[in-house]
Design a protein around this ligand. Structure first.
Ligand code: TXA
Ligand code: MG
Length: 345
């Protein structure tokens, strides 16, 4: 298949209508959102949705997020919308937050991965919203990477993974948030955070009052344990080289890397630290800037891969605010390998 490329700088560009037509015709389109690039198909077209799984190499039991551009599209997708969900939507939609609720009969098993629930999000990126409007229906869209690879935050990342596998790629520049949306489930008695993202636990608690954080956010699931969010059970975001996170000061980090480095060792560090490291390094944002780290982490993981790293040591991000999402992605890239160097955090 030949992948078509479109580049736009505004939601008024006529290319968006072309992409809408591709989607209406059952095609697959990679589209920008404020979080990461998504690989979209019409959510009601099961054959097209199946092609998403094939193009990504995604396991069929890992459900997709359904994207809407208008609140009026939401009620048809779910059985009911509780007060808590309405309040969340009012506070943080459009934006980097996904709400899981029991699904309506309009949602197929293919979209929901066989679950009884559906994840819905209204993105804030004007081009994403314009594409949904042009398609005229909600769009099912996972991140537009090959399964297991870091999510794409530029159209070039999408091209690296998907060229020749999908109908088109719509380039609107780099994504601003840089990590995927916060996923919150309102299916049980208490709201549960399934995946941290741009909307932080504090922001959710401000609206919901209470919030449980799913164990899978921090820990590897034990053998046989079922994931509330199926995506959490798969190895994720990983470069080819093994990644190890080192918890400690910059001084401790440098000493450890110095004594453990071999041919091809690289570091993932905070901005401004590169020159102090004993190995080639890629920075992923300043130490105290969780938002900058989120915007840079996936590109940094791809970069060490491109530079042929054989082993990667990464700095330990602060886990507050958006930093929790950065930690969550990085610890998965590291297959949960964290070495505590002791001393100051
Ligand atoms: O920011 C985002 O959310 C991006 C952009 C494109 O919108 N999309 C995205 O999709 O990250 P994906 O498929 O890569 O991640 C969706 C996550 C997966 O971990 C999946 O298991 C979970 O959401 N999920 C989807 N539907 C679910 C459901 N019904 N119940 C629990 N988890 C669900
Ligand atoms: Mg993904």
């Amino acid at each position: 298949m030949k992948t078509q490329y479109f580049s736009v700088t505004s939601a008024a560009d006529p290319a968006i209508e072309t992409v809408g037509a591709i989607l209406r015709g059952g095609g697959l389109a990679a589209i920008p959102t404020e979080t990461v690039y998504g690989l979209a198909a019409c959510a009601r077209n099961d054959a097209a949705v199946k092609n998403i799984f094939a193009a990504k190499g995604r396991p069929a039991d890992n459900p997709l997020i359904v994207h809407i551009s208008d609140l009026a599209q939401w009620p048809a997708l779910v059985r009911e919308i509780p007060e808590s969900a309405r309040k969340l939507a009012e506070a943080y939609w459009p934006g980097p937050m996904t709400i899981v609720l029991p699904r309506s009969s309009l949602i197929s098993d293919t979209v929901s991965g066989g679950l009884d629930t559906v994840a819905v999000r209204m993105p804030s990126h004007p081009v994403a919203r314009a594409v949904i409007e042009a398609a005229g229906v909600p769009l099912a869209a996972p991140s537009a990477n090959r399964s297991g690879k870091p999510s794409p935050t530029t159209a070039q990342h999408v091209k690296d993974d998907m060229d020749g596998r999908i109908d088109c790629i719509l380039d609107a520049g780099p994504c601003q948030v840089g990590v995927e949306s916060t996923v919150v489930s309102l299916c049980e008695k208490r709201p549960r955070l399934l995946r941290p993202g741009g909307v932080t636990p504090e922001m959710l608690r401000r609206v919901l009052g209470e919030l449980d954080i799913d164990d899978a956010v921090f820990h590897r699931l034990a053998e046989g344990e079922t994931a509330a969010s199926p995506g959490m059970k798969y190895k994720h975001y990983a470069p080819a080289a093994p990644v190890t996170i080192l918890k400690g000061s910059l001084r401790q980090f440098c000493d450890y890397v110095q004594s453990h480095k071999t041919e091809g060792t690289m570091a993932l560090c905070f901005r401004g630290e590169e020159a102090r490291l004993p190995v080639p390094a890629v920075a992923f944002g300043a130490e105290d800037d969780g938002a900058a780290q989120a915007a840079a982490i996936f590109a940094a993981l791809r970069e060490v891969d491109k530079r042929g790293a054989k082993a990667v040591f990464a700095r330990f991000p602060k886990m507050d605010g958006v930093g929790l999402a950065v930690f969550n992605r990085l610890v998965r890239a590291a297959a949960f390998r964290v070495v505590d160097l002791g001393g100051a955090p």
